[in-house]
Design a protein around this ligand. Structure first.
Ligand code: NAP
Length: 348
């Protein structure tokens, strides 16, 4: 396949850096353009920002110049990791100018004609693009990925859809890397738990219903299930945990749930997309797993690990799920979305 040039909006930020690292050596995508605010524009990336991830800033990105976030010279495919205060308008400007914006920001996720995409779960939601382009008169498009804790929950719920999900109560233990840099003050979070993450519970509840919803007559009909989220920030570096209880219309046996997790596959696995994990969900039988430090980064950070599946005396069944919040929950999710779009011919 011919290499596809890609850009990153918000390239100097925390998620932007995750994009840079995740795209290094990608077999289809070549990083060709970086965008950020006018504070960074005109500088080489290495002079515009300090590298916050493990290891060194990749040489290939360090020497690239950062541009203002204007469509003119950007490649057709751009990933977006911009500050939410500016993403709404800038992403629209790019889509209007014909760019394919694969966004990690929350701004457009809940718009009715914007796909909130998890390729293993709802690839059919990509058909919203045709309505988006018609409705907005754009040549380009905006596609989004979910919030970092929502993706862990929805990946774990998707194989259980066949049992008729009616109620979900989900409690998160979210890593500090999800708050960006510098994020939560160390004095607040060390040896502590903070039981509030602004806007997070509402996002988890609404995004889950949209992602697990079905397409009907050109729109997404949200999953008719009540979802209640409790979100907590904990002193973990990477990896969000979600402890969930679920009520079903047809209560499954515990072994049927375990089999559903193990057998779950999607289009990314069928098509062998470059960032697709061989198994999107790994069920762990050990009584004390999954754990963020031991499991979140395995399988390139793209697998969600599920364990402790058992009866729930209040709803029907409960389990824990764990996934990498800045990879499966951010940069890796968006890159997999773009790979699905390439395989569907959106870049032809
Ligand atoms: P961040 O570190 O603060 O980075 C923000 C980026 O936006 C920087 O590149 C910044 O460029 C750019 N920016 C700021 N003002 C701008 C402007 N006026 N025009 C153009 N670019 C501008 O934030 P982050 O933690 O990476 O988060 C980025 C986005 O991803 C947010 O929408 C966030 O909600 C979402 N998100 C974050 C995480 C996470 O784990 N952190 C997870 C999921 C989603 P300068 O350096 O030039 O200021």
């Amino acid at each position: 396949m011919k290499e596809i040039p890609v850009g990153i909006l918000g390239a100097t930020g925390m998620v932007g850096q995750h994009f840079i690292r995740f795209l290094e050596g990608h077999p289809w995508f070549k990083l060709a353009w970086l965008g950020a605010s006018d504070r960074s524009a005109g500088k080489k990336l290495k002079d515009a920002t300090a590298w916050r991830l493990d290891g060194e800033m990749p040489d290939s990105a360090a020497e690239l110049f950062v541009f203002e976030s204007k469509p003119d010279r950007a490649p057709r495919l751009v990933f977006s990791a911009m500050d939410a205060s500016v993403a709404t308008e800038i992403e629209r400007d790019f889509a209007r100018a014909g760019h394919i914006v694969v966004s990690n920001s929350r701004n457009h996720r809940m718009e009715p004609d914007v796909p909130l995409l998890v390729p293993e779960i709802n690839p059919s939601h990509l058909s919203l693009i045709h309505h988006q382009q018609k409705h907005c008169g754009w040549k380009g498009m905006i596609v989004t990925n979910p919030n970092c804790s929502t993706v862990v929950l929805t990946m774990a719920l998707a194989p259980l859809s066949r049992f008729g999900i009616e109620k979900v109560i989900a409690t998160t233990l979210q890593a500090v890397s999800g708050a960006g840099y510098p994020g939560v003050a160390s004095m607040d979070v060390l040896a502590n738990v903070i039981p509030f993450i602004p806007g997070e519970e509402e996002k988890m509840e609404r995004e889950t219903q949209k992602i697990l919803g079905s397409m009907s007559q050109g729109r997404v009909v949200a999953l008719n299930a009540t979802v209640s989220a409790h979100c907590n920030r904990v002193a973990v570096a990477d990896g969000h945990m979600v402890a969930a209880s679920v009520g079903f219309s047809s209560k499954p046996r515990i072994e049927d749930m375990q089999r559903a997790f193990d057998e779950f596959r999607g289009i990314p696995q069928e098509r062998n997309l470059p960032s697709a994990p061989a198994r999107p969900i790994v069920y762990m039988p050990q009584q004390d797993r999954p754990q963020p430090r031991r499991d979140a980064s395995r399988e390139n950070g793209m697998t969600v690990f599920v364990g402790r599946v058992r009866e729930c005396p209040v709803l029907d069944a409960k389990f824990v799920a764990c996934g990498h919040n800045t990879i499966r929950g951010a940069a890796g999710a968006a890159v997999l979305n773009a790979e699905l779009m390439v395989s569907e011919g959106f870049l032809d």
